[in-house]
Structure formats: structure tokens, C-alpha cells
Design a protein around this ligand. Structure first.
Ligand SMILES: Cc1ncc(COP(=O)(O)O)c(C=O)c1O
Length: 392
């Protein structure tokens, strides 16, 4: 359990009692090189398309699409958080979460293979599905909730899990699904975007890959696009690395450095934001105009039981439905402290009516709220005021 398990917004993650440094200690130190006199704590971004390379082209740094020292520090940091104290885990950073997702799917699957995806995951997954099918890969889908992907696993080469799912916040049992997939010879990848590595450690739960958009709470300031893949299987990771080289979906050094700097405050941000998200969810539950209120930390949420067993923290997203599209739009307009924007995980609260994109199977009045680092009292007051002011 994390060092912050006393704030009421944490699960156990099935990790047992704390051992080694706490999450805050690990986050502020993650990926830092050994101190060198007169050098900065976190070396600045290295802007280089190529590196001095006379003679035989030996690594580690040859050409800027293959490797960069700023990525190396960031990859160490993410790896230390995804798999603390474990040897043999490799982490690769990408230009975006989608670049990371695509790198796993397209490097591991071949024509004739079958992949299982969630049918309620991030809204770009159907686009990925269409592309996989165009390459001759069979794609089956099933909902995240109630481990429904178990029913379509036979013959699959790869299982893609997204838990908690975005935007519905359903949770599946990663350990159970991973065991079933491995028994059938399938690889398992988990999209860990919503939880962050301080909220959930998919590799500990049996996954082969933990994949995420670092654009969200990992970096948390709404100013960086980033993705990563962490994995233990050297052969599979070599294929992911090769894919990054072929496609060139690499992060800029500045983005990588900003991400690393942001990770130092990850524990502060997730503890604050996730605890406030639970408070917000509790404040919203008594409102008669709200239906379908979801947050994995709510004790009576359908996701709570499994979430409390495999998650260390429950995330900063709360979702709910207002009676109509018009009511939802009025409510969003009336908010003062919550910006109308897509994405989630940032220090400034954001919300949107997901139906405006047309991709998610959600009601017209469905709202995804991302809880930021504002004072909890201020945020709750703003939300309740906006609900009162926009009542029919
Ligand atoms: C769960 C999830 N995975 C992946 C992505 C894609 O990440 P990116 O926008 O960094 O490409 C998103 C983006 O919202 C997401 O919510």
C-alpha cells in the first residue's frame, strides 16, 4: 500500500504492506542520475538530431530518432514507478499515447492473428480497430466490466485491456484476465493512462505491457503530449523499439524533459486530485438530477470491489449524466472553476459533454469531469452552485 493510504482515497492494489521508499520519495527521485558536482539535478534537454560518431556506429547515442539522453532519464523514471525494484523491465517513450498504443498492437500482430479490444475504451480505439482489420487482423471486442473480455479470448494473440475505462470508469480484474489470456498463449497489454503508475501497476498484476498516454495525469499540466510502453519481455520490447524507429513517433527532447520534471510532483498531484475526486463524487451523489454517477473510489460503485483489490489510487475522473444535452451544456457553461476542455488529469479541473464527439456510447447528458488541484471546498461549491443555477 502506498504511503498515502490514510487519506481514504486509496485501494490496496493487492500489493500488501509498504516496503521500501514511499511513492512521494520515489517520484521526486525517479530517473535522476547520480549527482555530479556542478551539474544540475535533472540534466537539461539534449537537443540533438545526431551525435558525434566517428568510426564504428556503436551506441547508445547515434541518431536522434533512435535514442536521446533526455529520453533515457525519463524512461528510467517511468520504469521505476511502473515496476519498482524490478530488473528486466524496459520502458520506451513515444510522441503520444496513441503512438505508444499503436506501437504495441502493430508490432506484435500479423495478418491472420486475432486481437481482443474493449468496446468501451478510448474513442480512438475503433480507428485502430479499422486499421488492424485492414491489415488482415481479426478484432473482437467486449465490454470492460464484469471481465467480459474473458468470453472472447479463445484463439487470441493479444488482449488489450483499458482499466479503468475511459470515459465509463468500468474496471476489470487484470490478474484474472491476464491468467486466462496467458493460458491461451496470448500477450496482455493494459492501458494505464487513467490510473497512472502510482494508481495501478499492471506488470505486477501479470500484464506483459503497461501502456499509457503521459499526456494526462502523469505530466498533469495540459502542456505535453507523450506516451510510453513498459514491458518485461525482451523480444516483444525489441519489436516495439523497432516500430518506434520505423514510424519515428518520438517525443521531442523538450517534451521529454518537461514530463520528467512533472513526475517529481506526481504523488502530490495524484493524492490531491484523487482525494478531491472522491469528495466531489460524494457531494454529487445526493443530487436528484444526476444519474449514472461513477467513480471507482465510491464504496457502492460497481467498479469498487475489484478496483480496491488492484488499484493503489482511484484516479481523478468522475463521470455522471444530466437529464438532457441542453441541461449538461448549461451546467458546463455555468462553471467558474472547471474549464470546458477535453483530456483529463491536469491540475486545472476540466469537463466536457462526451456526446459532442459522437464516438462514445454514452447518453447525450453524459459528462466526464476531471478533478484538478483546486481547493476541494471551492470546487465542490462551484459544481453545486452551477447545478442549482441551471435547474429546469
Ligand atoms: C485511456 C486513453 N488512452 C490513450 C489515449 C491517447 O493518448 P494521446 O492523446 O496522448 O495520444 C487517451 C487520450 O485521451 C486516453 O484517454
Amino acid at each position: 500500500m502506498s504511503d498515502s493510504a490514510t487519506n481514504g482515497s486509496t485501494g490496496t492494489g493487492g500489493q500488501g504492506p509498504a516496503s521500501g521508499p514511499g511513492d512521494g520519495t520515489r517520484a521526486v527521485r525517479a530517473g535522476l542520475p547520480e549527482p555530479v558536482k556542478h551539474e544540475p539535478t535533472l540534466p537539461g534537454p539534449v537537443f540533438a538530431a545526431h551525435f558525434h560518431l566517428p568510426g564504428d556506429p556503436t551506441g547508445p547515442y547515434t541518431y536522434g530518432r533512435d535514442e536521446n539522453p533526455t529520453w533515457t532519464h525519463l524512461e528510467s523514471a517511468i520504469g521505476e514507478l511502473e515496476a519498482p525494484g524490478q530488473d528486466g523491465v524496459e520502458t520506451l517513450v513515444f510522441a503520444s499515447g496513441m503512438a505508444a498504443i499503436s506501437s504495441v498492437l502493430f508490432s506484435q500482430l500479423r495478418a491472420g492473428d486475432t486481437a481482443v479490444l474493449p468496446d468501451d475504451g478510448y474513442q480512438a480505439l475503433p480507428l485502430v480497430r479499422a486499421q488492424l482489420e485492414a491489415y488482415g487482423i481479426e478484432v473482437r471486442t467486449a465490454p470492460t466490466g464484469q471481465d467480459a473480455q474473458l468470453d472472447v479470448l479463445d484463439g487470441a494473440k493479444l488482449l488489450w485491456i483499458e482499466t479503468p475505462s475511459n470515459p465509463g470508469l468500468d474496471v476489470c480484474d487484470v490478474r484474472r484476465l491476464a491468467e486466462a489470456a496467458h493460458a491461451r498463449g496470448a500477450l496482455v497489454a493494459v492501458d494505464n493512462t487513467l490510473a497512472t503508475p502510482l494508481g495501478q501497476r499492471p506488470l505486477d498484476l501479470g500484464a506483459d505491457f503497461s501502456v499509457a498516454s503521459g499526456t494526462k495525469q502523469l505530466t498533469g499540466h495540459g502542456d505535453v503530449l507523450l506516451g510510453y510502453v513498459a514491458g518485461r519481455d525482451a523480444v516483444a520490447m525489441a519489436a516495439v523499439r523497432r516500430w518506434r524507429k520505423i514510424v519515428g513517433a518520438i517525443p521531442g527532447p523538450m517534451e521529454a524533459w518537461l514530463a520528467h520534471r512533472s513526475i517529481a510532483t506526481l504523488q502530490l498531484r495524484v493524492d490531491r486530485q484523487d482525494a478531491t475526486a472522491l469528495r466531489v463524487a460524494e457531494a454529487l451523489r445526493s443530487r436528484p438530477e444526476i444519474t449514472g454517477l461513477r467513480h471507482p473510489g465510491l464504496p457502492d460503485d460497481p467498479s469498487h470491489k475489484v478496483a480496491s483489490q488492484q488499484m493503489l489510487r482511484y484516479g481523478c475522473v468522475v463521470s455522471f449524466t444530466l437529464p438532457s444535452r441542453a441541461r449538461a451544456d448549461r451546467f458546463l457553461d455555468a462553471l467558474h472553476l472547471v474549464e470546458g476542455a477535453t483530456s483529463f488529469g491536469g491540475v486545472r479541473s476540466t469537463a466536457e459533454r462526451r456526446g459532442r464527439w459522437g464516438g462514445d456510447a454514452v447518453p447525450e447528458g453524459f459528462i466526464r469531469l476531471s478533478v484538478g488541484a483546486e481547493d476541494p471546498d471551492d470546487l465542490v461549491a462551484d459544481l453545486l452552485r452551477a447545478l442549482d443555477e441551471t435547474a429546469d
